[in-house]
Design a protein around this ligand. Structure first.
Ligand code: AMP
Ligand code: GLY
Length: 440
């Protein structure tokens, strides 16, 4: 089977890498790509970035499966456009993607499905929003309704801050159309973890939980980013919490969408707060997380091509959650998580998430490629004039390693992060630190 991957960041490199290694997959095509993706996929250039260009390329290439990585094309209905002309797609349509692209829609689904989440109301009128915010007390959370690249949330600790955030969104349209509507929400307290469900429209299979590190600097300080590192599994996500997250959150959410006529085929990603009252939803995403995909996919056993195809064709149910990785490896329909731990450390450009330089040469990649049970996933990289790999984005590389113990996976991921270098390289030193067993 020939698979088209849409997107060209670290998440898509991880997807393309696992797909290329799947027995069912003969070739992976990833237009645009990046120097890392090029090693596992063919990366033709795309004439333009409209849906028509994507459809043309898929027709010319005669692909059997389309896998859409990022949220923006899903929210814009790229999945529908592919499906309407007969392609098989892993990724929800525009309706399903609203679980991420409209926080008000997500709240409505959760309310109807009885899914635990923070109390919230949506507003377009600033004065009404302020009244409600004041009634909730402090801190209070103000969120732009639409996609805002992870920057649409303010946790206001004073009345003034809450009012300012409401005005910036509704009166000044800080995020354009995304902030024509806002959500005013009660503030939840607790550690965060994410769970991921593979969905085929009716059935959902949970994958290993992961934890992201959203702030730029050590100790969860500094501005929010797309994610500076992640690890899986998450020890605080006990078996009991995981079962609750599956049966009280992922399953009822998918069922509620199905009841509304939405055939959700793709990843349902629930960002959770583990509160004293149990796991509650912070947000849903309609795709794999980045960098969470980089720690989930190395631990996933089974033929990723077959698994994503089964989701896309609405036939996940006959697949088995294999009892062991060995079983998943030998049965083409088995899905399982390997024992062990996976960690990824993101190397970012100096200045990220603010402005940063581009085109800086990267060294040490070849040496890093020789490490066992490790992968450096490329996110913001490109080729320089003489073919050398250079920086081309805020998040540049995702240094990933897996091992039997979390401590060894951490050690190896940091060995990679130290070996690979470019001017201004910035990374957090405490990825997964809170999950490490305390030293005796
Ligand atoms: P989001 O963009 O919805 O993922 O929110 C970004 C971050 O804001 C989350 O990872 C949480 O740390 C925080 N956050 C969002 N909503 C709440 C809430 N209701 N209570 C506390 N923290 C929140
Ligand atoms: N790492 C957070 C996200 O992908 O939304």
């Amino acid at each position: 089977m020939k698979v088209l991957v849409v997107g060209n960041g670290g998440r898509e490199h991880a997807l393309a890498w696992r797909l290329a290694a799947s027995p069912s997959v003969t070739e992976v095509v990833c237009p645009g790509g990046n120097p890392g993706i090029e090693q596992v996929a063919r990366c033709p250039s795309l004439e333009g970035n409209t849906h028509a260009h994507w459809l043309d390329l898929a027709r010319t290439e005669r692909v059997d499966l389309v896998v859409v990585g990022p949220e923006a094309p899903l929210a814009e209905g790229l999945g529908d456009d592919f499906r309407n002309v007969g392609f098989t797609v892993f990724g929800p349509g525009r309706d399903g993607a609203m679980i991420e692209s409209s926080k008000a829609f997500a709240k409505d689904v959760m309310r109807a499905a009885g899914v635990p989440t923070a109390k919230a109301k949506s507003f377009t009128d600033p004065e009404q929003a302020k009244d409600y915010a004041h009634s909730l007390g402090l801190p209070v959370v103000i969120k732009a309704d639409g996609l805002a690249a992870g920057k649409g949330v303010t946790i206001a600790t004073s009345r003034e801050e809450a009012e300012k955030a409401i005005d910036e969104n509704l009166s000044e349209k800080r995020f354009g159309a995304s902030s024509e509507r806002i959500l005013v929400e009660e503030c939840m307290v607790g550690p965060e973890a994410s769970v991921f469900g593979l969905c085929d429209g009716k059935t959902v299979y949970p994958l290993v939980p992961a934890q992201d590190h959203k702030r730029a600097y050590d100790g969860d300080k500094g501005p929010n980013t797309g994610g500076m590192g992640a690890y899986a599994p998450v020890p605080i996500m006990t078996e009991e919490l995981f079962t609750a997250a599956f049966s009280e959150i992922l399953r009822p959410t998918l069922e509620e969408m199905a009841a509304r006529g939405i055939e959700y085929r793709g990843v349902l990603y629930a960002g959770l707060m583990l509160t004293e009252e149990g796991p509650k939803v912070v947000e849903f995403n309609c795709r794999f997380g980045d960098p969470e995909a980089q720690v989930i996919l190395p631990l996933l056993e089974g033929d990723l091509g077959e698994i994503l195809l089964a989701c896309a064709e609405g036939r996940l149910e006959p697949m088995t959650m294999a009892a062991s990785p060995t079983e998943a490896r030998s049965a083409p329909t088995g899905i399982a998580t390997a024992p062990g731990h996976c960690v990824t450390v993101v190397l970012a450009s100096g200045g990220y998430p603010g402005s940063y330089p581009k085109g800086l040469p990267i060294t040490g990649l070849e040496e890093a490629a020789n490490m066992e049970n490790a992968m450096v996933f490329h996110a913001g990289t490109a080729r320089g004039d003489s073919g050398e790999v250079v920086t081309a984005g805020g998040r540049v590389l995702s240094c990933t390693a897996w091992d039997r113990t979390l401590a060894r996976a951490v050690e190896k991921a940091y060995a990679l992060a130290d070996r690979v270098d470019f001017e201004g390289k910035m990374f957090r030193r405490d990825i997964a630190a809170r999950a490490l067993p305390k030293e005796e």
